[in-house]
Design a protein around this ligand. Structure first.
Ligand code: NAD
Length: 358
C-alpha cells in the first residue's frame, strides 16, 4: 500500500514538530509494511511571504489529491497587522472549507504519568479523563450573516447563528459513529432553552439517536457542560456540539489535561480525506529553540493513520510508544514541571525507537 500525504509545515515551531511527526509516521510505515509519499505545500505566514497569499491554489489542489493532510501550525506576530483575509488564520479557515472538512475531533486525554499537570483536584479526575470533543466546523455563527448598521443607540454589530438539519445530522452521525468505537455514550450540547437554532439542533439529534439505540444519549445545556467538565469530567465520553460552543468547550477540555503540547486533532468530512494537526499554535516564543513538544503532532499522525489511511495497528503503535516514553519519565520542557527535559528531536527519537517494538 502506498499513500500520499500533503504536508503543511507552516510557521513558528510548525516545521520542527512536523519533522518529528513524519519520522514517527515513517517508523510506523516501516514496521507495518506500507509506504508514505510526502508533498510539501505552503500555507499561512510563510505562504504570504513567498506567494502573497496565505492559501495558494496549488496548496488546495495538492491537499485535495492526497490521502491525508498533516499540518504543523500557522501564524505569528509578523503577520498580525495584516488585513483579515491575508492573515495566516484565513488560510486555516480556507483549507478546511475547501476540503469540506465539517467535523473537528479533539480527544482530551489525561495521560496517567502526567496527572500532576491536571489543574483539577486529584479526586475529581480519579475516574480518569478521556473525552472526545466533536465540533461542527463549517457552519454556525462563524459563517453566518454578519454586519454593522446604525441603530437606535448608534453603531450596532451582529452575527447570525444558523444551522440546517443536514448540517446537524452529518456532524451528529460522526459523533454517534465515534461513540460506537469508544464507550458508546454521547452528550449533545446546545442552548435550546434560549436559541431557536439550538432547538432545531436538539430535535435533529433526537431523531438521530433513535437510529443509534446502542449508544446512550443525553442533552446538556452549554453552561451546564462548561461546569460539568470541571466538576465531573469522567461522566463524558463523546461530546458533540456546534462551532461556537465547540471552540470554547474543546479548549476547556484540553486545558484540564494540563498540557497543550500533548493534544492532537483531526478535521474530517464525508470521505476519508482528513486534516491532522496539534491543537496548539505556532508558539513563536519558543520557535527555533528546539524545545517544542512534538507529541501533539505525533499523536495527530496516529489519528491520520486511523481515520484516513485505515491503519489502526500502526496508529495504536504510535500511541503506545508515546505512552511508554511518558511512563519511562521522558519529558519536554512544557511538561517537565522544572525537572530535566529533552528537546524536540530527542523526544522524536525516543518515540520512534519505541514504535519499532510497541
Ligand atoms: P500557542 O498555542 O502558539 O502558544 C501558547 C503557549 O503554549 C506558548 O507559551 C507556547 O510556547 C506554548 N506551546 C504551544 N505549543 C507548544 C508545544 N508544542 N510545546 C511546548 N510549548 C508549546 O498560542 P498563541 O501564543 O496564542 O498563538 C501563537 C500564534 O499561533 C498566533 O499567531 C496564533 O494565531 C497562532 N495559532 C495557530 C493555530 C493553528 O495553526 N491551528 C492555533 C492557535 C493559534
Amino acid at each position: 500500500m502506498k499513500y500520499n500525504i500533503a504536508v503543511i509545515r507552516g510557521d513558528g515551531i510548525g516545521p520542527e514538530i512536523v519533522e518529528e511527526g513524519i519520522r514517527a509516521l515513517n517508523a510506523a510505515a516501516k514496521r507495518f509494511g506500507f509506504t508514505l509519499a510526502y508533498r510539501d505545500v505552503l500555507m499561512g505566514g510563510c505562504a504570504m511571504d513567498e506567494l502573497g497569499t496565505p492559501l495558494p491554489q496549488d496548496t488546495i489542489s495538492a491537499c485535495k489529491s492526497s490521502d491525508a493532510v498533516l499540518l504543523g501550525a500557522v501564524g505569528g506576530p509578523k503577520w498580525e497587522t495584516l488585513p483579515g483575509h491575508l492573515r495566516p488564520e484565513a488560510g486555516l479557515l480556507g483549507i478546511r472549507s475547501a476540503l469540506g472538512l465539517y467535523a473537528n475531533l479533539r480527544p482530551a486525554v489525561l495521560f496517567d504519568p502526567l496527572k500532576d499537570a491536571c489543574p483539577l483536584k486529584p479526586e475529581i479526575v480519579s475516574g480518569g479523563l478521556d473525552i472526545l470533543m466533536v465540533r461542527e466546523l463549517t457552519g454556525g455563527i462563524y459563517f453566518g450573516e454578519r454586519g454593522r448598521k446604525r441603530g437606535e443607540h448608534g453603531e450596532e454589530a451582529y452575527d447570525t447563528e444558523r444551522y440546517s438539519v443536514m448540517e446537524v445530522e452529518r456532524i451528529g452521525r460522526i459523533g454517534f459513529e465515534a461513540a460506537r468505537k469508544r464507550r458508546r455514550k454521547i452528550t449533545s450540547v446546545d442552548k435550546a432553552n434560549v436559541l431557536e437554532s439550538s432547538r432545531l439542533w436538539r430535535e435533529t439529534m433526537h431523531k438521530l439517536a433513535k437510529e443509534y439505540s446502542d449508544v446512550a444519549y443525553d442533552d446538556m445545556l452549554v453552561d451546564n457542560c462548561a461546569m460539568q467538565l470541571v466538576r465531573n469530567p469522567a461522566r463524558f465520553d463523546v461530546v458533540v456540539t456546534s462551532n461556537l460552543f465547540g471552540d470554547i468547550l474543546s479548549d476547556e477540555a484540553s486545558m484540564i489535561t494540563g498540557s497543550i503540547g500533548m493534544l492532537p486533532s483531526a478535521s474530517l468530512g464525508n470521505g476519508t480525506l482528513g486534516l491532522y494537526e496539534p491543537i496548539h499554535g505556532s508558539a513563536p516564543d519558543i520557535a527555533g529553540t528546539g524545545a517544542a513538544n512534538p507529541l501533539a503532532t505525533i499523536l495527530s499522525c496516529a489519528m491520520l493513520l486511523r481515520y484516513s489511511l485505515n491503519q489502526p495497528d500502526a496508529a495504536s503503535a504510535i500511541e503506545r510508544a508515546v505512552q511508554q516514553a511518558l511512563e519511562e519519565g521522558w519529558r519536554t520542557a512544557d511538561i517537565a514541571a522544572g525537572k530535566p527535559a529533552v528537546g524536540t528531536r530527542e523526544m522524536g527519537d525516543i518515540v520512534c525507537r519505541r514504535i519499532e517494538t510497541a
